[in-house]
Design a protein around this ligand. Structure first.
Ligand code: CP
Length: 323
């Protein structure tokens, strides 16, 4: 994010949410607290509200998504908003229309919030700079850089189960170099006070040295998850691998695939997370993904609650600015 752009308004509330970088702990905790109100109890949908009645939320997804897109739509509808879902590959972008012209077109239809996922770094900020003064841009994923609502839902899930972030050891395992999930989880968890973060990856999937400041680096899965309270597994981001660079999946599975036998290295109370989509049998075995330590389904459910909280926050911030 460039230095002159701020996603906060003059009241230090979110007008946009493009990254968790630079956000204060109090604000993240407030969002988690707000999300907690919307968490589904067993067999129940989150309570509905009319917080976004009369609003329109447009989901513009230029990369594939199941969880993020569906949960932003559910979040908008449960808050009383109208939701538009545009698959950018099937939009007029395919006929040469620029993203900004697409935005202008939807602005003319009175869209209030754009949720954008795109592979182009910087696109979210570019759009945020150009939309009307009361329109918000929320990232549903930016290239390998940022996935802020995923970072929040991961933090919420950890807090629900572990109670607090103090004294936790969190190991993020896999294709860290190309993972926006890892970057946003790292940022959220550092801000919220996790004392020990680890990145665990083969050398070619390690981030550059200046990234993930403070995280311990491991090139061995068993050492990297030893005693960990949270093990967050990542998929190999094949779509971000240039050209036809081959990946030896057999070696990857052998060295970095999480099986029940390897999970014994973590704390006995460790939870296993995965943002999805999973490549079962590659980075995670089904016995772990569906096992007693997995909280993957809970992460998915929390995604709706977190996105409701973020949408409600930007709506409240706008009302406050209008007063
Ligand atoms: N975790 C995540 O972003 O999943 P989707 O790609 O399915 O949205």
């Amino acid at each position: 994010m460039s230095s002159r752009f701020s996603q906060l308004d003059d009241n230090a509330r979110l007008r946009h949410l493009i990254t968790l970088d630079g956000l204060e702990r109090d604000l993240l905790e407030e969002l988690l607290q707000r999300a907690e109100q919307y968490v589904s109890r067993a067999g129940q949908l989150p309570p509905r509200s009319a917080a976004l009645a009369g609003w329109t939320v447009a989901n513009l997804f230029g990369e594939p998504s199941t969880r993020t897109r569906a949960s932003f739509e559910l979040a908008a509808v449960r808050l009383g908003a109208d939701a538009i879902n545009l698959d950018m590959a099937l939009s007029s972008r395919a006929k040469g229309e620029s993203v900004l012209d697409t935005i202008r077109t939807l602005e003319a239809m009175q869209v209030d919030v754009f949720v954008i996922r795109d592979a182009e770094p910087g696109l979210h900020e570019q759009v945020a700079r150009q939309v009307g003064t009361e329109i918000s841009v929320i990232s549903g994923g930016e290239a390998h850089i940022s996935h802020p609502t995923q970072g929040l839902l991961d933090a919420l899930t950890i807090r629900q189960i572990k109670g607090s972030f103090d004294r936790l050891v969190v190991a993020i395992v896999g294709d860290i170099r190309r993972s926006r999930v890892a970057r946003s989880a790292h940022r959220a968890l550092v801000t919220l006070g996790v004392p020990e973060l680890r990145v665990v990856a083969p050398r070619e999937m390690m981030p550059d040295a200046e990234e993930f400041a403070g995280a311990r680096r491991f090139e061995s899965l068993d050492e990297g998850i030893a005693g960990a309270d949270v093990v967050m597994m990542l998929r190999i981001q094949r779509e971000r691998i240039a050209g036809a660079e081959p990946i030896d999946l057999t070696a990857y599975r052998r060295n970095f695939g999480l099986t029940a036998a390897r999970l014994v290295h973590a704390s006995p109370q460790a939870i296993v997370m995965h943002p999805g989509p999973m490549n079962r049998g590659v980075e995670i075995a089904s016995e772990v993904a569906d096992g007693p330590q997995s909280v993957i389904r809970r992460q998915i459910a929390n995604g709706v609650a977190v996105r409701m909280a973020v949408l409600e926050h930007v709506a409240d911030a706008r009302r406050k600015r209008a007063q």
